[in-house]
Write a protein that binds this ligand. Structure first.
Ligand SMILES: Cc1ncc(COP(=O)(O)O)c(C=O)c1O
Length: 326
């Protein structure tokens, strides 16, 4: 017998409906003013990062175009978050998924992907150290993914040049920010990996109001978007800033590149936890550090609202100390 109710229900049909529509939280304890930092809580997506949005959009569009048929295998290279996002989407839609990833990315990411049924192949680093990944390190899993896609015929997502990556943010993340702020945004700052987030959100915001200051966040010494030579390729911003200008980056939307040191990143990552009760990853720390700098720069009105992104959860970074295991 089926039970019935006269009361309205609120049931999501799958994990895919848990993607996006993330809250915007004011970091008023960390930054009491003047001005306000408003942070998009992307760690609340089911794969614990902003990359769930592009994962869903890129797979949905590939299916709509017929490039990806039901049950077809999928392959992608990842620093972890795209892999976890794709693993959520592919688990629900029934696509076997293989990810290639540098061993410099935290092992917790591979554990997460595999728990969702994906296969994660990890490759040794050639330049960086664990937690500090350079473009040379990333090139190895990129080449491996290209070869695997050729050999197996699996659908290769190619987040680095897939326009549906930025479109996810143009069509959803940007409009959500606009609605949540009641159309009041003075600045937007975010770190850049593929540039899907920056390009999509900035394009949308500039269309609403070209005066909105859109800024990228780059680690000190690795600032190609600012046009500087790379003097320090290693940094803490896992998942972003590979020392290249990504294909999806749109210079016409960038008003400024804000430089953040590893120390500033750690300091603000720590403060977001201790003052706001939110355990987030390194790019979130860098984003908030940059938002504070922008508010203090005098480039915006004193009471400005700066929107930024808490890109992922901190849970997949911290190495577990040996002493805690036994
Ligand atoms: C932790 C983290 N922050 C920021 C980004 C940058 O996002 P995007 O690729 O949209 O530029 C990524 C991308 O993987 C990431 O993993």
């Amino acid at each position: 017998m089926t039970s019935s109710t006269n009361f309205p229900t609120d049931i999501k049909s799958s994990a895919l409906e848990l993607i996006g529509n993330t809250p915007l939280v004011a970091l008023d304890r960390l930054h009491p003013g003047p001005g306000r930092i408003l942070a998009k809580c992307e760690f609340m997506n089911p794969g614990a990062s902003i990359k769930c949005r592009s994962s869903l959009h890129m797979i949905q569009k590939a299916r709509e175009r017929g490039d990806l048929k039901p049950g077809d295998p999928v392959i992608e290279v990842t620093s972890g978050n795209q892999g976890c996002g794709l693993a959520v989407v592919c688990a629900v839609l029934g696509h076997p998924l293989t990810l290639t990833m540098s061993k410099g990315n935290s092992v917790q990411r591979a554990i997460h992907m595999e728990a969702l049924g994906a296969k994660c192949i990890r490759y040794p680093q050639v330049e960086g150290t664990y937690g500090n990944i350079t473009y040379a390190d990333v090139s190895i899993p990129i080449e491996a993914a290209v070869t695997l896609a050729e050999e197996t015929g699996a659908y290769f997502v190619q987040q680095l040049c897939n326009e549906d990556n930025s479109a996810a943010h143009y069509e959803a993340t940007g409009p959500e920010i606009w609605r949540q702020t009641g159309h009041r945004v003075d600045g937007f700052v975010t770190a850049v990996g593929t540039s899907g987030t920056f390009s999509g959100v900035s394009k949308f915001l500039k269309e609403q109001n070209p005066e909105i200051l859109c800024c990228v966040v780059e680690p000190a010494g690795s600032e190609p978007l600012k046009g500087c030579p790379i003097v320090k390729p290693k940094h803490l911003l896992q998942g972003s800033s590979y020392g290249i200008v990504p294909n999806l980056f749109k210079p016409e939307f960038m008003d400024e590149s804000i430089s953040v040191t590893d120390e500033e990143t750690e300091h603000y990552k720590d403060l977001i936890g201790k003052k706001e009760g939110l355990y987030v990853g390194y790019t979130s720390g860098a984003n908030v550090a940059a938002a504070v700098k922008l508010l203090k720069s005098g480039k915006l009105p004193k009471d400005a609202w700066v929107v930024t992104v808490l890109c992922d959860s901190g849970l997949k970074y911290t190495p577990v100390p040996e002493s805690l295991i036994n």
